[in-house]
Structures are given as structure tokens and as C-alpha cells.
Design a protein around this ligand. Structure first.
Ligand SMILES: Cc1ncc(COP(=O)(O)O)c(C=O)c1O
Length: 313
């Protein structure tokens, strides 16, 4: 598992924003704007604050509370929109056009992908310049996949890796799976997903600007794409916790549930070296449905009478 949740803002989005904000500021931008499912906005706000420039983040109003807070604490502007991330993108474009702010939307500028490339470079370096057989990635806008794919090509041109590529596997949610649908239909482009709905906010992306780039990488690598049901994500989130992997995000849990499906269908073999992406920390997502225990009284007699017998049973 590659633990992107350990990045400075708790998700892989820090990589793209670190580079994109640095470059935009270097080129003179004073105000940066971006739509976000949550984690990208948190990363933009943090790096804009570090660079001393203004940031405006536009999120769907049902984005996780932790993501909203992490934007607000930096002093960035947060707009919550009753719509999907694609609608937030339209407002970001309007703000950029009308005010001169710089639009850092996914794939509207080149440097977020350059930042995501570092995932591919690190994989090669950390595996001693041998790439894994398969990479499994929870896919929304897909820049992680696009960035890694670019990194592998560049590593090859520098002679650091050979021509072999990992098979790239995308996982989406059943309630929003435009890339999976296009993959299954054999289309090069994905049509927008109607009424996108999933608790995994990072996967609630009805149309990806780089759809063809993601699909090309999946197909050229001999990979595949699968959609997982909501229940499978929540179940996997608990299973991973019980295996000692910590509180992973729903997106990470979706990827793991997808891997399960790829193994069952024989697309991933038990002898394959598989890299599963933990794209973000669980504590940043909406909390899962919880069967919290009822509080007990602060009373030793009660503990002896009612709590201890349960342990002895
Ligand atoms: C934790 C997490 N995982 C995966 C994704 C999907 O990333 P991408 O849109 O680059 O495919 C996101 C996007 O917000 C995310 O926050």
C-alpha cells in the first residue's frame, strides 16, 4: 500500500497543489481558484497560505466537514455550492474569467499533473527501479493515474526503467462510474454520469476532463476498471481497520474492494506484485455509520456489577 494519507494535508492532492501553486505564484498569480471534492481544496488552501497568496475554493455543499474546516483555518475563501464538482468548476471558470484569478481546476493547467507524477517516480525509486505488476487506484478526475502514466514514460526515456508498465486498474463507485462505463463500452471518451451519488466524495466526479487519458492508460497497460457498491466500501473500511491498516478513507476502501473484485475475476493474480493506493486519510471523510456504544455511568459499583461480567463471559 502506498500511503498518501501521510502527505502534509492528508491526501495525495498535496502533491499536485504543491507544484501547481508554486508555479502559478512564480508566474505572478496573486489569487488562485479551484473546484474541489474536498481534499484538493484543503491542499490548495494550505499551499496558497504558505505562498502568501489568496485562494478561493468551491466545494459541493455536501463535501466532508473536515475538508471545509481545513480550508477555513488557512483564511482562504470557501464557497459551498448546491451542485456537483462539475458545477463548482463552472463557477471557478467564471471567477477566473471575470476577476483575473488563476484557475487551478484539474487538467486546466499542467502543473498539478507534474506534481502527481512524483507518485510514479517514487514507486520506481522505492521498488529499486522495478515497477509493480499492477496498480490499483480510486479514480475520480483521474489525475493520479494520468500523472503516474506520464512519469513511467519519462522514466523509460531516461533509461531508468524498461518498457514494461504496471497494469493500471481504476476503481469507481457504483453511484458514479463514468470511466468504468466507457471502459466496458469500449469508448475512448466517457459520457457524463447522471445523478452522481456516492459517500466517497473524491469519487463523486460525473465527468473527467482527462477521461481519454485515463482510459488510454488503462487500456494500453492491459488493466481494467470496476465499480464497487457503497456497502462494499464501508465493509472494507472496517476490514482494513481490523487488519491494522488504520482508518482509511472511503476512496482507499473502494480501491481495496475493487482489488478484491479483480482478484476474484482473475485479472490480478495472487503472485502479482500489486500496489494499492491509500489516497487519503479516513478522518478527513464523512464519518461512516457508527454503532457507537452507549455511555456508561462514572461509577465503580456499576462497572463491577454491569461491565466486568461482560468480559468474563
Ligand atoms: C482521498 C481521495 N481519493 C481519490 C480521489 C480521486 O482522485 P482523482 O480525482 O485524481 O481521480 C480523491 C479526489 O478528490 C480523493 O480525495
Amino acid at each position: 500500500m502506498k500511503r498518501e494519507s501521510l502527505n502534509p494535508t492528508g491526501s495525495f492532492k498535496a502533491r499536485g497543489m504543491a507544484v501547481a501553486v508554486s508555479r502559478a505564484v512564480e508566474l505572478g498569480s496573486k489569487h488562485l481558484v479551484a473546484p474541489s471534492a474536498g481534499n484538493a481544496g484543503g491542499a490548495l488552501a494550505a499551499y496558497a497560505a504558505a505562498a502568501g497568496v489568496r485562494a478561493t475554493v468551491i466545494m459541493p455543499s455536501d463535501s466532508p466537514a473536515a475538508n471545509q474546516v481545513e480550508v477555513l483555518v488557512t483564511g482562504a475563501d470557501l464557497l459551498l455550492l448546491d451542485g456537483l464538482i462539475s458545477d463548482c468548476g463552472k463557477l471557478a471558470r467564471l471567477i477566473a474569467e471575470e476577476t483575473g484569478a488563476f484557475d487551478l481546476s484539474t487538467l486546466k493547467e499542467p502543473y498539478r499533473v507534474e506534481g502527481k507524477k512524483t507518485m510514479g517516480l517514487e514507486i520506481a525509486e522505492q521498488l529499486d527501479w522495478r515497477l509493480p505488476d499492477a496498480i490499483v487506484y480510486p479514480t475520480g478526475g483521474g489525475t493520479g493515474v494520468v500523472g503516474m502514466w506520464k512519469a513511467f514514460a519519462e522514466l523509460e526515456s531516461m533509461g531508468l526503467v524498461g518498457t514494461d508498465r504496471p497494469r493500471m486498474f481504476c476503481v469507481q463507485a457504483e453511484g458514479c462510474a463514468p470511466i468504468v462505463r466507457a471502459f466496458e463500452e469500449g469508448s475512448r471518451f466517457a459520457t457524463s454520469w447522471e445523478n452522481a451519488s456516492t459517500a466517497a466524495s473524491g469519487l463523486r466526479v460525473p465527468s473527467a476532463v482527462g477521461d481519454f487519458l485515463i482510459l488510454d492508460a488503462v487500456r494500453q497497460s492491459g488493466g481494467a476498471a470496476v465499480a464497487v457498491p457503497e456497502a462494499a466500501m464501508f465493509e472494507m473500511q472496517r476490514r482494513m481497520g481490523s487488519l491494522g491498516l488504520g482508518f482509511v478513507s472511503l476512496e482507499t476502501a473502494a480501491a481495496a474492494a475493487g482489488l478484491d473484485a479483480f482478484v476474484k475475476s482473475g485479472l490480478v493474480g495472487r503472485r502479482d506484485t500489486v500496489l494499492l493506493f491509500d489516497t487519503g486519510a479516513g478522518f478527513k471523510s464523512e464519518p461512516p455509520p457508527l454503532n457507537a456504544p452507549r455511555p456508561i455511568p462514572n461509577d465503580e459499583a456499576f462497572w463491577r456489577e454491569r461491565v466486568l461480567p461482560g468480559f468474563r463471559a
